[in-house]
Write a protein that binds this ligand. Structure first.
Ligand SMILES: [Zn+2]
Length: 417
């Protein structure tokens, strides 16, 4: 950026969203493809939009005219190409204040929320600690309302100013149908989350599972922006996975795919929180570590609220050299290696991102865990699987929820009127 130029802010100039060489599906309306091209570029002259979409400058100009009339794009000085004198060339940028969306990540013990503008820049964030027990959908939405209103109070916006609310939670979430099939944080099954949330908040809502949120965060704001294919694996209260194919999140026929945590690694094995036995997450997720700690180290958990604390104590003991504690992490790490090797065998992804706060428990991705994964991987004898560790905090998941809302909003905007 040219330092002499006034704002726009750096984040806007960098753009957000997937950087697709073909700039979206050619079947999508040109207007939305133009908008997405500008958003992902940050600042871009009309002629470059036309070149990257492979369409005539005249048709881009017509679409830009409409988008400017709708108040979604505006013209900014082209800071990448300053001229020595005269009027600087003009680029296009998303009008950041033209719309706002909210991303909400719900989990058993803490909810996180983020409000971003149309250019994807964060405006406000908040968190809410809550009890760990399963709750009803109604109770869950009451907690979500508290977060939503706290965010709005920080910004002076009202619910009516929010174009879309992206809502993510752990479990099996049918994105297309807007339903929660099952969630470890909710009582009941097959719940119409999207409809209930839209009734409660009066804004359009998009829902997804939490692992897809963090994958969307990588795709929209992180390492995955320019990558066509990659996998994200998360370890938190469960084990989640997201898969990007051709710059798009792949969800499966019923939006219920990529449930790596519930792939079976042991016949008749440990009981999983889903009710079945032998699931990967019953050996790797935090409740599995806590279960082992309670037995092997006599760390009695008086209340489930102390799960995070028990985990911290277990980690401290492992670091201090306690063999029993180390064995617990090592065993979880070996199961993780097994799960990762299965992912490599199934998808052969160019990159696996291990993401989530638990990644700071470095025993889970210690050298020997990754070495074991490579050993279990037949087809990677010559070129080891690329792995990156991203120890994001909770906010990354909320950013993914915001990305979900932004992409939902763009689809709605592009739909024929
Ligand atoms: Zn399970």
């Amino acid at each position: 950026m040219n330092a002499k130029q006034p704002p726009p802010r750096a984040a806007a100039a960098a753009g957000c969203g997937p950087i697709r060489p073909d700039n979206g599906q050619p079947t999508a309306p040109l207007r939305s493809r133009v908008f997405e091209t500008v958003r992902s570029a940050g600042h871009i002259p009309r002629i470059d939009v036309a070149k990257s979409l492979g369409v005539s400058p005249a048709s881009v100009t017509a679409q830009v005219g409409e988008l400017m009339e709708m108040g979604l794009l505006n013209e900014v000085p082209d800071t990448a190409r300053p001229t020595a004198r005269g009027r600087p060339p003009v680029a296009l940028a998303v009008r950041a204040d033209a719309g706002f969306v909210v991303g909400l990540k719900l989990s058993r013990t803490q909810h996180t929320a983020l409000l971003v503008d149309l250019a994807g820049q964060p405006i406000a964030e908040t968190t809410l600690a809550c009890g760990p027990r399963r709750r009803s959908l109604d109770q869950c939405l009451t907690e979500a309302a508290t977060l939503f209103d706290r965010l709005l109070a920080q910004t002076g916006l009202t619910r009516g100013d929010i174009s879309c609310l992206g809502l993510g939670l752990p479990g099996m979430v049918d994105h297309a149908a807007g339903r929660v099939v099952w969630s470890p944080m909710l009582t009941g099954t097959d719940l119409a989350l999207r409809g209930a949330a839209e009734d409660r908040f009066g804004v359009p809502v998009a829902v997804d599972n939490d692992a897809n949120l963090v994958t969307l965060a990588e795709l929209w704001f992180g390492k995955g922006r320019a990558m066509a294919d990659f996998a994200v694996i998360t370890i938190e209260q469960g084990v989640g996975m997201g898969l990007v194919i051709g710059h798009r999140l792949y969800r499966g026929a019923q939006s219920l795919g990529m449930e790596l945590g519930h792939t079976k690694v042991q016949m008749d094995g440990a009981l999983c929180q889903c009710g079945q036995r032998g699931c990967l997450e019953a050996y790797v997720a935090d409740y599995a570590l806590v279960r082992e700690a309670s037995t092997a180290l006599d760390m009695i958990q008086e209340d489930r609220e102390s799960m995070a604390m028990t985990l911290e104590r277990l980690y401290d003991q492992a670091k201090a050299g306690n063999q029993a504690a180390r064995v617990i992490f090592r065993r979880a790490g070996r199961f993780l290696a097994l799960g990762l090797a299965n992912v490599v065998h199934l998808f052969d992804p160019p990159l696996i991102i291990l993401s989530g706060e638990r990644m700071r428990y470095d025993y889970l991705y210690a050298e020997d865990v990754l070495a074991e994964m490579q050993r279990l991987t037949l087809n990677r004898a010559t070129a080891p699987q690329a792995i990156q560790i991203h120890a994001w905090g909770d906010l990354m998941w909320a950013r993914g929820a915001a990305a979900l809302a932004l992409s939902h909003m763009t689809e709605a905007m592009a739909a024929p009127q």
